[in-house]
Design a protein around this ligand. Sequence first.
Ligand code: NAP
Length: 676
Amino acid sequence: MPVLDVASFALGKWIHPTQDAARPIESAVTGEIIARAGSGALDYQSMLDHARNVGGPALRKMTFHDRARILKAVATHLNDNKNELYELSYTTGATLSDSKIDIDGGIGTLFVYASKGRRELPDSTTYLDGDVEQLSRHGTFVGQHICTPKLGVGIQINAFNFPVWGMLEKLAPTLLGGVPAIVKPATATCHVTEACVRLIIDSGLLPEGSLQLITGGVGDLLERLTPQDVVSFTGSAQTALKLKSNPHLLKSAVPFIAEQDSLNSSILGPDVTVDAPEFDLFIDEVVREMTTKAGQKCTAIRRIMAPEHLVQPAIEAIETRLNSVRIGDPADADTQMGALVSQAQRHDVMTVATQLEDEARAIGANNGLKVHGADSVAGAFMAPMIYHCADPDKAELIHKLEAFGPIASIMPYRDIDHACSLLNRGGGSLVASVITHDPNVARQVAVGSAAWHGRIYVNDRVSMKESTGHGSPLPHMLHGGPGRAGGGEELGGIRGVMHYIQRTAIQGSPDMISAIGETWIPGSAQVTAKAHPFTKTFHELVLGETLVTEAREISIEDIETFAHFTGDTFYAHMDEEAAKANPFFPGRVAHGYLLLSFAAGLFVQPDPGPVLANTGLSDLNFQKPVSAGDSIRVHLTVKRKTPRNEDYGEVRWNVELTNQDDETVATYTLHTMNVF
Ligand code: NAP
């Protein structure tokens, strides 16, 4: 097989490694050199300039929705072409099911960000964070936080274990946020990342300059960063420390997100018995985490905790299962566990395993390695290994050393407090799981250990069929953890986008804030609608355009008719004495829903027209009771417009109901869908 040259992609061109700078990449399965990568010929400053001057402006011209649509198209394109990635991925030791976690998981992350971007972010270049703050007595000076994309580059340095997901889980929020990226995968598996980047670039879907790739070292790239750039690193704590303590990064306050190693744990609840479904579930989770990706997962279970009387049954069950795991050629469909990424990685894992033996006893499953369809010496194969630590309070190393391979230690705990104290001795982890059918146990573990963990995963007989697994970071939920896990946060839906966004407090008059945020706010100019706004198309409506309706008096008959028609005969509407005794009401009052119904009757224009549907209302507040004899009128104001597809968009209307004394009695936001 010819040795692949793994190229970098810079300034719109593929650049091959120079002979002198090339680093060899070995097949995890055969040990042969299959590729070489190196970045000797790259001009890092030009790459940064290209991203900042070409990619960034092109992305920032687009709205969040435009960028979300691109993510969806890229995800679809990768999905249609993923088979070639699976093929390459075998050379990293990954089985097909490992690759699905990496490749399909990465594509799925793009899809989720595409969808969240359209649903949760505005079709605008800015994003409003929180409500308007009243900063003055008369309302002429207000404040709001706005979010705009950073003007720099996302520098993404990734670990070897997920060459595709590791890139896409960072790329999705970066591009959605409007920031270009330079990706630097780990050399050991960068040939898979390169193939994925080629697919993306060849699709022509991304604007020029928004994605570049470095295979090999980063040279002095970090020295050239500014506070508008963001470094997002995944890898060992040791490399993270070295990179984040770079004096230039510190001096220039360049944001640095670190996702490091982690000693994740799983607890078997004290309520579980050996014949309960939770016992088998626990064993399944442990064995899956130890063997998927040959244990090379940042979230894999490294410490297994069981009540004292269940340690031995758990050891026996885990051992039986591990002994039946078929290890071998990852391309063989029957293989359950492939190889580690390289001989060097296996050597590192074995070294840590030897150190663990000072505190824990290696148990039977560690005997012998049978490899099917591949050479057990040339390939980086190893058997899963389990250690029993009888005294976890005295132990130090099992709470400190990460063996990034198929290795875990099992230990007893006395009660939940003890289990939590052991969990927390990991010094900050990505995830802890608890397998229990008792909600009190789940709560005690969450409260006792959440502060030291980025994610708590609870599973039992109810959720086990649909749960996604202890080790799966999901794009909707935070991934990261405090302390030794790096203190970083990634994913978590739109939270992950916010790393690439600057939040800025904007202060000024309501008109200024409305214009900057492209959203009408109370106190800013209202333009009296000449024609009824429901007769205007989406594009004809202007922010601040307002309809003020006629007034309508509420009678006692209206209240009674509404009460009997709907069945809502609550005493505040029907019984004068009882209503008076209530501190909120002067006597019988109109139903809030009656006011909303009358409001619709006042502002609606009944003929077929550009308004297709009322899709909801939000932020409803009833502020003052309305009694029989009072009258209400409606002020309907165009607040925000968001295109939804080629044909129509959502209009949000500020609705204010006032009484005969011009006092506000209710406010809400009405949502309609209007044709263009
Ligand atoms: P690593 O050796 O620390 O390398 C991580 C990345 O840093 C690689 O791309 C590596 O590139 C790069 N790197 C190393 N030295 C560098 C330098 N001086 N300047 C710039 N970049 C440099 O980690 P790994 O062996 O790839 O990954 C395994 C570790 O990652 C484990 O500890 C695991 O727990 C952790 N991990 C954490 C997460 C998470 O989300 N928290 C996810 C996956 C893995 P080269 O390969 O070219 O050296």
